[in-house]
Design a protein around this ligand. Structure first.
Ligand code: PAF
Length: 309
């Protein structure tokens, strides 16, 4: 006669195996995908070894080599890498590109499977992330003030809220964020610090095309002419940064940089600024690390970039 506790444990193990098999892809080009908080918890319980370190790479999909490099950094830190794919409505204003944001989950998952670093894909639905009655927002200030916020006032509350939820749902030891979205990286570091979250935020360097254009999912919007112009953004930013590093007046260098951007063919410049690299406040001490940050528009595309000065 089987002991009731053993019978219960066997039943639980059988249930876990059945659940696991239901996410497991039939072909080896794919990865297990879970779409709810409950199945995420069950998948982690079934797939992760006790005490195994976990790293999260949070994405909105439309993956490119930049995201895969974040997964590789994640795998260097932790054997269990979870990639989340969620186009977060809360970080788009009504007039922005939520509806047209590039989505190709099958391709994303195939890329992650081929790159080998990822163990599990978490792709929740909007209803799962923001169920009826959802009414709490993480509203960061500090590093979130100015720059992007001057043009996308809703953006960092949307990002901070979804990232805090992802942290609570996935429970990572590490989370990797690209330096491409430098203000976002600083805001997330601040949220983690301010809310006493025990997660190591690890930055991933920006990957660039041959002409220096930072890899971005939104580069897919660029037509041939816009793509050509886009390549000059990093060149003008680098020239401006070099001038300041060599002692030029920051205001003068930025005015020259803005004029160069207009001449290169960008339709408008949201900002081209040099800021304290940690606080993102205007530079008061030139000896402290500085960052040049830009957001520009060409045709229907808004590009952002940044680099150390
Ligand atoms: O950088 C992104 O792709 C998004 O802002 C993030 C961090 C996944 C939150 O939706």
């Amino acid at each position: 006669m089987c002991h009731p506790a053993r019978r219960k444990a066997t039943k639980r193990a059988m249930l876990q195996r059945a659940i696991l098999e239901s996410w497991m892809p039939s072909d080896r080009q794919s990865l297990p995908i879970v779409r709810s908080v409950a199945s995420l918890g069950a998948a982690l319980a079934a797939m992760r070894r006790p005490g195994e370190r976990l790293a999260l790479v949070a994405t909105m999909g439309a993956l490119h080599e930049g995201h895969l490099s974040l997964c590789r950094i994640a795998a260097e830190r932790a054997p269990f890498v979870v990639v989340s794919i969620f186009v977060n409505p809360a970080q788009f204003a009504p007039h922005e590109d939520l509806a047209t944001y590039p989505r190709n989950e099958a391709n994303d998952v195939a890329m992650l499977a081929a790159s080998g670093a990822t163990k599990l894909v978490y792709a929740p639905t909007a209803g799962e992330m923001y169920p009826d009655g959802f009414a709490t927002t993480v509203a960061p200030k500090g590093a979130a003030e100015g720059l992007e916020t001057d043009f996308r006032p809703h953006f960092f509350a949307g990002v901070a809220t979804v990232v805090t939820k992802l942290f609570a749902q996935v429970g990572p030891d590490f989370a990797i964020f690209g330096e491409k979205d430098y203000q976002q990286l600083q805001v997330i570091r601040q949220v983690v610090r301010d809310l006493d979250l025990t997660i190591d935020i690890v930055p991933g360097p920006t990957l660039r095309e041959a002409d220096g254009l930072a890899l971005s999912s939104r580069n897919a919007y660029l037509d041939t002419r816009a793509r050509k112009v886009a390549g000059s953004l990093n060149v003008i930013m680098r020239d401006t940064a070099v001038a300041v590093a060599r002692g030029a007046d920051i205001g003068d260098a930025l005015s020259k940089g803005r004029a160069e951007l207009s001449k290169a063919g960008f339709d408008s410049i949201d900002y081209l600024e040099i800021r304290d690299a940690t606080t993102l406040r205007p530079v008061t001490d030139r000896a402290l690390p500085k960052r040049i940050l830009a957001a520009v528009r060409i045709a229907k595309t808004r590009l952002i970039d940044n680099m150390a000065v």
